[in-house]
Structures are given as C-alpha cells and as structure tokens.
Design a binder for this molecule. Structure first.
Ligand code: HEC
Ligand code: HEC
Length: 301
C-alpha cells in the first residue's frame, strides 16, 4: 500500500489532464486510425492468450484479454492506482481517465504504460512503482484494455457482477470494523438506493477523492481537524491548509491562524483525518471481505 506517500503529494500543483483526456468522438477517430495502421499487433505471449475467441472490436484491433488476466490486473489496479485514477479507471480528481488515455489506448501488453508506471511523473506528484514486474504491468494493461472494451461495447457488455459476496458475513465484518463510525439505520440508511453497486463499492473503499494541493481530504460532513502546539500555546480547529512550510486552521470562533513549519523548533501538528479509519482498513480487506461488505451494503435500500 502506498497510502502513506500521498500526504506528501499534496504540495504539488494540480496536474493538467486536458491534454491526456480525449472525448469519445476522438476515441473513435484515434482507434480507427490505430486499427488501420499496419503492421498488425505482435502475437501475444503465452500467458496473455484469450481463453475464448476474442470478440471482434470495430475500434481497437487488439483482442480482448483473458478475463482471469484482467481480473488479476483489476486487483493490482484497485489497490495501487484506483485511488487516483478512479476504481473503474475513468479518472478521479487526482489522476486522468485511463480508459480514454491515448497512451493506454495505444498500449498493447504494457509496453507504453509500463514506463509511465515504473518511473512515475515526479514533478506532477505521481509516485514511481519501480518494483512492479512485467507480469503485473501486463495484467494491469489487460484490465485497462477490458475497461476500454466495456466503454466501446456499452449496452452489450455486461458489467461484471460485483455483488457476489455473502451479506451475513458482510454484516458481521461491518459490525466489527465499521459500526464504530457508521450505522445502517443512520448515516448509511438508503445508501444503496442512492448508489449503484459499482459506485457504492468505490465509495466505501475511497469515500472521497482527495484534491491535489488542497491539504487532506475534506469529506462533506466531517471536516479534518487539527491541533497545533506551539510552545505553550495549543490551538484546535478545522484544518484549512497544510504543507511542509505552513499549517493553517480556523478555530471555533471562526478566527484564522497560520503557523510556519520551516523554522527551528516548529510547532507540533496533529491532524485528525476523519478518513484515517478508511485508509487503515484498505490493506486489511481480503477479496472476500470486499465482496461480502458490498453485498451487505447493497441491502441498505
Ligand atoms: C498519486 C496519484 C497517482 C497514482 C497512485 C497513480 N497515478 Fe497514474 N497518473 C497520475 C497523474 C496525475 C497522471 C498525469 C500525469 C501527467 O499529467 O503527465 C498520471 C498518468 C498516468 C498515465 C498516463 C496517462 C496519459 O494518457 O498520459 C498512465 C498510463 C497511468 N498514470 C497509469 C497508472 C497506473 C497503472 C497506476 C498504478 C500502478 C498509477 N497510474 C498510479 C496520478 C497517479
Ligand atoms: C474511523 C471512522 C470510520 C470507519 C471505521 C469507517 N468509516 Fe466509512 N466513513 C467515515 C467518514 C468520516 C466518512 C465520510 C463521511 C462524510 O462525507 O461526511 C465515511 C464515508 C463512508 C461512506 C460514504 C457515505 C456516503 O454517504 O457517501 C461509506 C459507504 C462508508 N464510509 C462505508 C464504510 C464501511 C463499509 C466501513 C467498514 C468496512 C467504514 N466505512 C469504516 C468514517 C469511517
């Protein structure tokens, strides 16, 4: 899990995605162009062979990867990349849409996305995943390819059923891990009526998308609080901004306070992130837990 790193990424200015995002119309054009481009794509390595004859695609000539491979890629992707690029790869406030990314569309077995993943984009706050293996990168590429196909075949393509767990076990997991902060009859009442299963899964895994350059996430209902201890002075309030140079907060009277942190004996800063509980859970879920919890949440209509 790379989550500890994200906090230090907040100093970067917002990345510009416009250039890497293209419209569906452009997607069609690009893919048509790609499909007509000789030579044909190289043969896939043994592990990447589709298990069933690949559905022909009018838009991308590359075959749809084997479902098992895309699934392995999905697991890696959700754990390592979904936080920024969105659980379904359609983009988040921290990372561009990868379903419509030109790089991802032109990629075959990870040869184009591999270098981006391994090197990261340090000046834009994208961490390098230097130790990612070729196999893992091919699996992620397969997952992205499957998402592209899903976008293309919208309507015919069945979104993988994510509600495959055991509701009773999910409820038990909820009682142990979630009930301290949530209640099925309170704040989560009717959540499944508001969100479809895929959105609900994304929401419980990553309740809010953090924004670059604006300090920690600020969930709608529960602000991030901070305690600053400067010598004998202790101030508590709603966190307004933090980076390695300064921290600022608004106290209960609405007064604004700012402290420099790049000084000798800097003040002590204690951030109470309301989503810390969620981040702490992420590395603990097994696949079964995730499916069980979702299957339980889906009953909260
Ligand atoms: C901290 C957030 C973050 C994480 C984690 C992250 N990315 Fe990114 N990624 C970005 C941002 C921001 C960009 C855009 C960089 C730019 O503008 O050059 C990007 C760009 C990319 C691109 C190039 C897209 C294009 O069309 O230019 C690919 C491919 C990509 N990421 C894949 C991944 C994969 C796969 C993972 C997981 C192994 C991952 N990223 C993890 C934030 C992230
Ligand atoms: C330490 C407290 C804490 C724990 C533990 C916790 N959450 Fe949360 N959760 C939050 C906070 C805070 C939010 C953001 C609420 C807001 O936006 O005001 C949130 C948001 C959510 C949301 C989105 C709610 C919405 O209306 O959009 C869901 C769903 C959710 N949590 C499910 C879970 C599940 C399932 C678990 C256990 C597996 C869990 N949470 C564990 C604190 C917690």
């Amino acid at each position: 899990m790379q989550f500890h790193r994200f906090r230090s990424l907040f100093h970067f200015s917002p990345p510009r995605f416009a250039s890497s995002r293209i419209t569906l119309a452009a997607l069609l054009t690009v893919s048509f162009a790609a499909a007509q481009e000789p030579p044909a794509p190289p043969p896939r390595p043994a592990g990447a062979k589709p298990s069933a004859p690949a559905k022909p695609s009018f838009l991308i000539s590359r075959p749809v990867p084997a479902a098992e491979m895309a699934e392995r890629g999905q697991k890696l992707y959700v754990a390592q990349c979904g936080f920024c690029h969105g659980t379904n790869a359609t983009g988040g406030t921290q990372g561009p849409d990868l379903v419509r990314s030109v790089i991802a569309l032109r990629d075959d077995n990870g040869e184009l996305i591999g270098p981006v993943i391994r090197k990261g984009v340090p000046d834009k706050g994208v961490p390098p995943f230097a130790s990612m293996t070729d196999v893992q990168i091919r699996e992620i590429a397969a997952f992205l390819r499957s998402r592209q196909q899903a976008a293309i075949n919208r309507g015919q393509y069945k979104i993988q059923n994510v509600v495959t767990g055991d509701a009773a076990q999910g409820q038990a997991f909820f009682a142990r891990n979630c009930a301290g902060c949530h209640s099925p009859a309170g704040d989560l009442k009717g959540i499944a009526a508001r969100l479809d299963p895929v959105a609900l899964q994304a929401r419980f895994l990553y309740p809010v998308t953090r924004t670059f350059g604006r300090g920690p996430a600020v969930p709608a209902g529960k602000p991030t609080m901070v305690t600053v201890t400067a010598g004998t002075r202790v101030l508590k309030g709603r966190l307004e901004y933090v980076d390695s140079f300064s921290v600022s907060l608004r106290d209960e009277h609405g007064d604004y306070h700012s402290f420099a942190l790049d000084v000798p004996n800097p003040p002590k800063v204690d951030i109470q992130d309301p989503l810390a509980g969620h981040e702490a859970l992420l590395p603990k879920y097994t696949d079964a837990d995730m499916h069980n919890v979702l299957t339980y949440l889906v009953t909260l209509k």
